[in-house]
Design a protein around this ligand. Structure first.
Ligand code: IVH
Length: 672
């Protein structure tokens, strides 16, 4: 039996440490010295070591030294994590506001101007943390919005995240899911990148990538060493507490010890929002972390709910982005890269320069035309623009400075395999036509292993280069038959590193569906389209068999993309690779079917112009409620929705006895 007074001391120490963590990490207003804090922590460690039966998962000692995991398990978000629509300029912001007022008016009550909240948009990685009765139980990445990866242990290394909420005169909800952004300060990011380069590792492209990459480390010890921080900007599921407004909810949770977004402002109208934007834009460089715009939200939570969501973005919020940043530097060289599709792209090698606090040394140039349009010569001084997350672009030559002398021309043969370059008649991009070109294979593997795709940690450019050059891996499926001996034949490869790489490959065997689809590298299929495909086709087998018509039924997928997906899955080589991946056990778990909705079992065809929605919105609404869309009239169609000036489909439908309804009737149907 442990004496009561020991139990009491342990509890008191935990409370004290939690409180001082909050003062220090969340408020940045410590009350005690570091030495005093260390003393408390050491005392707690000592007592816990003596009485291990009293150790609880929320103890502040748990931030240190959790064991590495083999792979992340997935976590289903209790409520879906949506992303934000972007406004790139004032016009787009005004349009969003007009739509907002219209929707708010149309849904009844709030016909006045809804109160808005403006906050900085932090450029980091989105996470969700679940508190059950005040205890941090699970933390996950956003993933595809529905499910994310369990990164609990890594989140626990972030000191500004309380493991236990503090209740000071406010009650703690039974369940509280908070959402925020894990980020890295710009200076700390530059420091980390210098360290990465020094130790022969790949530097990160930007602070957001660095934050996301650190969060997804299998070994929490590595995460501990990364300077991560968090800011909470919203809530998911909450039980046991009701809030009226967004700002009230953030105030409340900050009282519980959570670190919430700074510079939040309640605005009464759009012009206040615009002032806030200009003001923050002016302060952007002073803020130690990357802000890529502001987020505007409807403050009234009830109204938020009634405004609802579109497919992946809510109607009640928008991100109003900051313009890209500009700097000048010198163009040192132009190198030619061969991508995974064989496309040749010139890349500008720049004299390293800081753009908005972040160092850059390369820029894309797209193609020869771009170089000619800019009138670039090697040695020129150039103005570059960085849009937050991407590699910068050269916007112009600075003519006032000494000019460069050396002209650049695209090579006529592939710089890697020396095959003659081909320029198709309807294309601007020259390509290496050799599918066995090592550069294409390397590009495919790099894409497959990248953080956004299968996220195979440790399988960087240098290792992939060697694997391909030694012909150990010639397509993604071959990664899964690599063994220790294979890896040990590579230069500068130790047993520990080899084992880590094998563990990362192993961990990628059960990928998140959207990431797997994205990893395949289908032309025109980016991360967003991959999410749509994963949701629409429950399994890889279904996706493989999809016809072009079926693909085009999804409003985001146009004919070019549909054709590309179709061709990809009908290419013998690709089919073999996917089959081999499956044989090696690399496959995603079939996604469970969407629950039935009011339109389940019904198929709609639209014709003519609709007054209330665009065609895509109408399609989306049908799909959200379980219905299907067809592009032509057939026996399978249940309803034809006729707008103004319908096409011959209306006649066809009448002839085939298909029920024809007006837009109003359709509206009533979906409102039910
Ligand atoms: S609110 C449904 N507020 O931006 C709205 N998001 O591009 C949920 N982000 O996924 C997001 N700062 O990860 C919100 N103050 C802020 C934010 C913020 C950064 C991220 C968030 C979101 C992404 C969308």
């Amino acid at each position: 039996m442990v004496p009561e007074d020991i139990k009491k001391s342990i509890n008191q120490l935990r409370e004290q440490i939690n409180y001082h963590n909050y003062r220090y990490y969340a408020l940045d207003e410590p009350e005690i010295s570091d030495a005093e804090y260390d003393r408390l922590l050491r005392e707690l460690i000592r007592l816990e070591e003596k009485h291990p039966e009293l150790v609880t998962p929320d103890s502040p000692t748990h931030r240190i030294g959790a064991a590495p995991s083999e792979k992340f398990t997935t976590v289903k978000h209790q409520e879906r994590m949506y992303s934000l629509e972007n406004a790139m300029d004032e016009k787009e912001l005004d349009e969003w506001y007009e739509r907002l007022l219209k929707s708010a008016g149309e849904i009844g009550k709030n016909t006045g101007r809804p109160e808005l909240v403006a906050e900085p948009k932090i450029d980091g990685a989105a996470v969700e943390i679940v508190y059950q009765n005040g205890i941090f139980t699970v933390g996950s990445t956003r993933g595809d919005g529905v499910t994310g990866e369990d990164v609990t242990l890594n989140l626990k290394t972030i000191k500004s995240i309380p493991l236990k909420l503090i209740s000071r005169n406010v009650g703690i909800p039974e369940r509280l899911d908070v959402r925020g952004e894990v980020y890295m300060e710009k200076e700390k990011f530059n420091e980390l990148n210098r360290r990465q380069i020094k130790t022969g590792q790949e530097p990160f492209a930007n602070p957001r990538n660095a934050a996301a990459g650190s969060l997804r480390q299998l070994d929490p010890k590595i995460t501990t060493a990364r300077p991560l921080d968090i800011m909470i900007h919203g809530l998911g599921s909450v039980q046991g507490k009701l809030f009226a407004t967004h700002s009230e909810s953030l105030d409340y949770i900050s009282k519980l010890g959570l670190k919430t977004v700074k510079f939040l402002q309640v605005c009464n109208n759009l012009s206040e929002v615009k002032k806030y934007y200009q003001n923050l834009l002016g302060k952007r460089d002073e803020v130690p972390y990357e802000i890529d715009g502001i987020v505007i939200k409807v403050n009234d939570l009830e109204l938020q709910k009634r405004l609802g969501v579109r497919t992946r973005t809510p109607r009640w919020a928008i991100a109003y982005k900051f313009p890209a940043r500009e700097e000048t530097t010198q163009l040192l060289d132009i190198q030619v890269q061969v991508g995974r599709t064989g496309a040749l792209t010139p890349v500008a090698i720049l004299k390293p320069v800081r753009v908005g606090g972040v160092e850059v040394s390369r820029a894309t140039l797209h193609n020869q035309d771009e170089i000619e349009r800019l009138g670039l010569k090697i040695g020129d001084w150039v103005a570059i623009k960085r849009a937050g997350d991407v590699i910068p672009k050269i916007i112009k030559v600075i003519t006032g400075k000494p000019r460069g002398k050396k002209n650049f021309t695209m090579p006529g043969i592939c710089p890697v395999c020396h095959a003659p370059i081909v320029l198709a008649p309807d294309e601007v991009i020259p390509r290496c036509p050799n599918i066995a070109c090592p550069a294409q294979i390397k590009g495919t593997l790099q894409h497959f292993a990248s953080r956004e795709a299968m996220d195979i940690e440790g399988l960087g450019e240098k290792i992939i280069d060697q694997l391909v050059d030694k012909k150990l891996v010639l397509d993604p499926s071959e990664l899964y038959k690599l063994n220790l001996e294979d890896l040990l034949t590579l230069e500068r490869m130790g047993e520990k590193l080899a084992e880590n790489i094998l563990a990362s490959i192993e961990k990628s065997r059960r990928p998140i569906p959207a990431r797997f689809i994205y990893a395949l590298g289908i032309r025109h299929v980016g991360e967003a389209t991959a999410v749509i495909l994963a949701e629409a086709f429950g399994s890889m087998d279904k996706l493989k068999q999809a016809t072009k018509e079926k693909l085009e039924n999804f409003y985001e997928i146009g004919p070019v993309v549909a054709e590309s997906i179709y061709n990809f899955f009908h290419n013998v080589n690709n089919k073999e690779i996917i089959d081999r991946l499956k044989k090696f056990g690399v496959e995603y778990q079939p996604v469970s079917k969407k629950p039935a909705g009011p339109l389940t079992g019904l198929t709609f065809v639209f014709t003519g112009e609709l007054a209330k929605f665009t065609r895509s919105e109408a399609k989306r609404l049908v799909q959200e409620q379980g219905g299907k869309i067809a592009s032509a009239v057939s026996k399978k169609v249940t309803y034809l929705v006729a707008g103004a000036e319908p096409s011959s489909k209306l006649e066809q439908a009448k002839k085939s006895g298909i029920k024809t309804i007006s837009e109003e009737e359709f509206l009533k149907m979906i409102e039910k």
